[in-house]
Ligand binder design. Structure first.
Ligand code: ATP
Ligand code: MG
Length: 337
């Protein structure tokens, strides 16, 4: 694989705040595995970004670099075709962030709907870390440093990509030509996967996730606790499908679309018990996760190989990101020794 091939470039990544979960799988990982052969794909272990709301626990951020790398390899992101980089080991990303922060206002950062939601979920007030408020500028740096035009992300990240493109347009205007490409968010039709608690989003930070390393028992327990229709007390009663987390998961994971449609009809009519549904879902999730968990456990036995993959990928990413940084500095007409 040569850098700057004619294939469109993908940049994607994950905060190293915990092992990846089913939300990542449907939201982004599946797309990455499918697209890696037709695109030039860079995958970022976003440890610097993870620190923006975890400054009190750098050990967690560090540990999860390897955990997330294991998840990548276990789901089928192949280092022979995809380049996996460690964010903190690419200084050009930090330098571009510093430049880009001058092309976005505090008011615009505060207006970003994703940031607003995340601030609320984390309970930040005036004590919000400056790095957290500014992470969309850092994400713009990540995306543009690799000159990515495609970003496979979950639906929650769409406003971040929009903000990236605003920064890109401002810089291109200042430079006087299309130095940086605009990026397109590639969002799966399934939307965002809710948490097992029924909250809007499964998230590492909210304790409502089923990790890709979950055991069969963990999966069964999580499904058993899932929220269905609170008014569906007896199997014979008609039940509600909308907002029923078990059906949301069946839509995302059950390959038999016709069977799910029939189950929905039966549930609405009455006569289908929650336990039957939950047993079906648990089985499907167990079948989805088992091969990933087994590959992950095998890979975890050889940490040196994981480190070699990260070193090689990061070295490849360094050349590209340094080149973009130099182009931005020259394009803006700043001093360069
Ligand atoms: P944190 O709680 O630390 O922010 P997270 O679970 O939100 O972690 P991220 O690393 O922020 O995970 O997200 C990485 C990618 O996975 C993003 O593209 C995001 O949109 C996607 N993603 C995360 N959670 C979900 C979900 N529940 N459904 C769909 N996509 C998701
Ligand atoms: Mg997140």
């Amino acid at each position: 694989m040569s850098p700057r091939s004619s294939r469109p470039v993908i940049l994607t990544g994950d905060r190293t705040t915990g092992p990846l979960h089913l939300g990542h799988y449907v939201g982004s990982l599946r797309n990455r595995v499918a697209l890696q052969y037709s695109h030039e794909q860079y995958v970022l272990l976003a440890d610097t970004q993870a620190l923006t709301d975890n400054a009190n626990d750098p050990g967690k951020v560090r540990r999860n670099v390897i955990e997330v790398a294991l998840d990548y390899l276990a789901v089928g992101i192949a280092p022979s075709v995809s380049t996996i980089c460690v964010q903190s080991a690419l200084p050009a990303l930090a330098e571009l962030t510093l430049l880009y922060l001058n092309f976005v206002s505090v008011a615009r950062l505060e207006r970003n709907p994703t940031i607003k939601d995340e601030i609320q979920a984390r309970g930040f007030g005036r004590d919000i870390p400056a790095g957290f408020l500014c992470y969309p500028a850092a994400q713009a740096a990540d995306i543009t440093a690799f000159k990515a035009s495609v970003v496979p992300v979950g639906e929650d990240q769409a406003p971040i990509i929009e903000q990236t493109n605003e920064i890109v347009r401002r810089i291109n205007r200042q430079v006087g030509r299309t130095l940086l490409p605009e990026a397109r968010a590639l969002i799966p039709a399934s939307g965002r996967l809710p948490g097992v608690d029924g909250k809007e989003k499964m998230s590492k930070s909210q304790g409502n996730a089923i990790p890709l390393s979950a055991s069969d028992d963990d999966i069964a327990l999580a499904v058993q606790r899932m929220y269905t229709d609170p008014d569906h007390l007896r199997a014979a009663d008609p039940g509600r499908v909308e907002g029923n987390v078990v059906f949301t998961y069946l839509d995302a994971f059950d390959p038999d679309v016709d069977a799910v449609a029939a189950l929905k009809a039966e549930y609405r009519r009455g006569g289908l018990g929650d336990m039957v549904l939950k047993r079906r879902l648990a089985g499907i999730l167990q079948d989805t996760i088992a091969p990933i968990r087994e590959r992950r456990a095998a890979l975890a036995k050889d940490p040196d190989t994981i480190l070699d993959i990260l070193r090689a990928g990061t070295a490849r990413g360094r050349g590209l990101t340094e080149q973009t940084k130099a182009e931005v500095i020259d394009g803006l007409g700043l001093f360069r020794l």
